[in-house]
Design a protein around this ligand. Structure first.
Ligand code: PLP
Length: 406
């Protein structure tokens, strides 16, 4: 028996476990001060589900209690009622035409962005933004596509640094890459891509026979007209892109678990439809999302659901503005927030991002996320999230302002 040695290459502690460990240690050493800790670190929502979703779940639970309406295994790719709701609201309403066989309901974007590598050869060059949502890199390491770590970087991964100097947008590669991970609005930088710039990526991918894996988990936060919510708003995307969507941030489903992935029939390489590969992969390794969850997701698209979710999103958007404006007012260089629940800031005085983490925790009892945890180019940056309560967000920003205005 041989183990998968690729796992030996990955650092054992995941970023958020590392943060939790530091907070635990601080709490043990400073139990009184730790009572004031405000967490603006992890990207998890805090408001309850929209009432329309709760109502739909209750109804679905009742259906499960009667033999006539009980449901067993769900269809692997999703119930038609949810596939149609997604198709009508997220695509048809924006002039994008899909058949529901191009949409795959799942338990979330983490699984899908992590699992999609199954359908690609290990012999592909992968391009990944730096900093980045860690799942893209780690899953490529696990499968053996990353090469070895040399000076903090994986040898077979093409890194695309996203820094203040380039508006946190990845530059089009000057060499051939095969699989391109893009995530907009971005986690962790909170920055969005314009339709014009995304068109350049679509053109590159089509010209170079590359595939774009487009993570659109934060599309619900888009406020600006020139920012796409879906890559398929861009002409030519159907022949080069897979899109990942999630109800987690859109509708507070982080604990309910539901998302979906679009693999267009037009997406073909060597005469093969990737849609067929993903369908086969899902049917074999995934057994579908519960009926109760899918009814809740369907309710996101009801009139009531849409109204309620808009209010929830507005609450987080307001928090993002409080953080952005507050930090900007005391001299921080801040980014993101406009189309995103994340504020990305440059650490002051050239401080390291873990050093800044410790300062905020020890002096102000505020927990954020060190940029370095998202990749080498995140060093010197820090992420704060808008998912806390407004009261706590205001308190945390006041503490930071008082400390740094001195
Ligand atoms: N993609 C990005 C960029 C994320 O930041 C997250 C969660 O933080 C996810 C995907 C995970 O989404 P889900 O909850 O649907 O698995």
């Amino acid at each position: 028996m041989k183990i998968n040695e690729n796992f030996l290459k990955i650092e054992s502690s995941y970023l958020f476990s590392n943060i939790a460990k530091r907070v635990r240690e601080y709490t043990a050493a400073n139990p009184e001060r730790a009572k004031n800790i405000i967490r603006l670190g992890i990207g998890d929502v805090t408001l309850p589900l929209a009432p329309a979703c709760i109502e739909a779940m209750h109804k679905a639970v009742d259906e499960m209690s009667k033999a006539e309406t009980f449901r067993g295994y769900p269809p692997e790719y999703g119930y038609d009622f949810l596939l149609n709701a997604i198709n009508d609201n997220d695509y048809k309403a924006r002039g994008i035409d899909f058949d529901i066989s191009e949409i795959f309901v799942s338990d979330g974007a983490k699984s899908d962005t992590g699992n999609i590598g199954d359908i690609f050869s290990l012999d592909n060059r992968v391009a990944i933004c730096d900093p980045v949502y860690p799942v893209y890199v780690d899953t490529n390491v696990m499968s053996g596509r990353s090469g070895d770590k040399v000076d903090g970087k994986w040898s077979n991964i093409y890194y695309m640094p996203c820094l203040a100097e380039n508006d946190f947008l990845p530059e089009i590669p000057d060499e051939k890459v095969d699989i391109i991970y893009l995530c907009f609005p971005n986690n962790p930088t909170g920055m969005a891509i314009t339709k014009d710039y995304l068109k350049k990526w679509v053109d590159y991918a089509n010209a170079n026979k590359a595939v774009i894996l487009y993570d659109s988990a934060y599309e619900a936060f888009v406020t600006e007209d020139n920012v796409p919510r879906s890559i398929y708003e861009i002409e030519g995307a159907k022949t080069c892109a897979i899109e990942f969507r999630s109800f987690s941030k859109t509708a507070g489903f982080t604990g309910v678990r539901c998302g979906y992935t679009v693999v267009p029939h037009d997406l073909q390489f060597d005469g093969v439809e990737l849609n067929k590969f993903w369908a086969r992969r899902q049917a074999t390794k995934f057994n579908g999302v519960s009926y109760i969850t899918q009814r809740a997701a369907e309710a996101v698209y009801s009139d009531e659901g849409k109204k309620q979710i808009k209010e929830i999103l507005a609450y987080y958007q307001n928090n993002a503005k409080i953080i952005y404006d507050g930090l900007a007012s005391c001299g921080f260089k801040v980014y993101g927030a406009k189309n995103s629940p994340y504020v990305w800031l440059k650490t002051p005085d050239g401080m390291g991002s873990w050093e800044f983490f410790d300062l905020l925790l020890n002096e102000l009892q505020v927990v954020g996320t060190p940029g370095e945890g998202f990749g080498p180019a995140g060093e010197g940056y820090f992420r704060l999230t808008a998912f806390g309560s407004t009261e706590n967000t205001q308190k945390a920003v006041e503490r930071i302002k008082n400390y740094f205005s001195k």
